[in-house]
Design a protein around this ligand. Structure first.
Ligand code: THU
Length: 140
C-alpha cells in the first residue's frame, strides 16, 4: 500500500501503534489512540494520548510519539502509524499535523483501525501550503 516499505514493515508499525494504544490514558473521552514512528534506522518510537482532569492539557498520541522521539535524539522519521478503534479511520488533529510538519513535511501516515482497515495519507495532503521553519526566513 505504500511503495517505499515492505508490507511486513507496515504491519510492524501498525502493531506497535496498536500496542501503544493500550497504554493510552483517556478516562474522559474513552477515545484511545496509539501512534508509532518509524525512524531512519528501523527503530520504532511510540506514543499514546494522555488526558488530564484539566481537559485542555490533554496531549494526542501523535505529539507524544514525536516529542518522545525528539527527546531521545531522533529527528528524521520514515513513517507514522495512528491506530484507533473508531468506525472512521482517525486522522491527526490540526495541532499534531503542524508538529509533524516541523520535522517531516513529507511524512507518510498510516491511518489504521484495530479491526484491520488501513489507509496511507501524506502530511502534505493533510496540511497543504503549510507554515514551517523555512517560512521564518524573512530575507531582510
Ligand atoms: N486524539 C489523539 O490522540 N489523536 C488524534 O489524532 C485525535 C484525538 C485524542 C485526544 C483526546 O485524548 C482524545 O483523542 C479525544 O479527542
Amino acid at each position: 500500500m505504500s511503495g517505499r516499505l515492505p508490507e511486513d514493515a507496515l504491519d510492524r508499525l501498525i502493531d506497535a501503534a496498536a500496542e501503544a494504544r493500550l497504554r493510552a490514558y483517556a478516562p474522559y473521552s474513552h477515545f484511545f489512540v496509539g501512534a508509532a514512528l518509524l525512524l531512519q534506522d528501523g527503530a520504532i518510537v511510540t506514543g499514546a494520548n494522555v488526558e488530564n482532569a484539566s481537559y485542555g492539557l490533554t496531549i494526542c498520541a501523535e505529539r507524544t510519539a514525536i516529542f518522545a522521539a525528539i527527546a531521545a535524539g531522533h529527528r528524521r522519521f520514515r513513517m507514522m502509524a495512528v491506530v484507533t478503534a473508531a468506525p472512521t479511520l482517525t486522522s491527526p488533529c490540526g495541532a499534531c499535523r503542524q508538529v509533524i510538519r516541523e520535522f517531516s513535511p513529507d511524512l507518510t501516515i498510516l491511518l489504521a483501525s484495530t479491526d484491520g482497515r488501513r489507509r496511507a495519507v501524506s502530511l502534505a495532503e493533510l496540511l497543504p501550503e503549510s507554515f514551517g521553519p523555512e517560512s521564518l526566513l524573512s530575507g531582510d
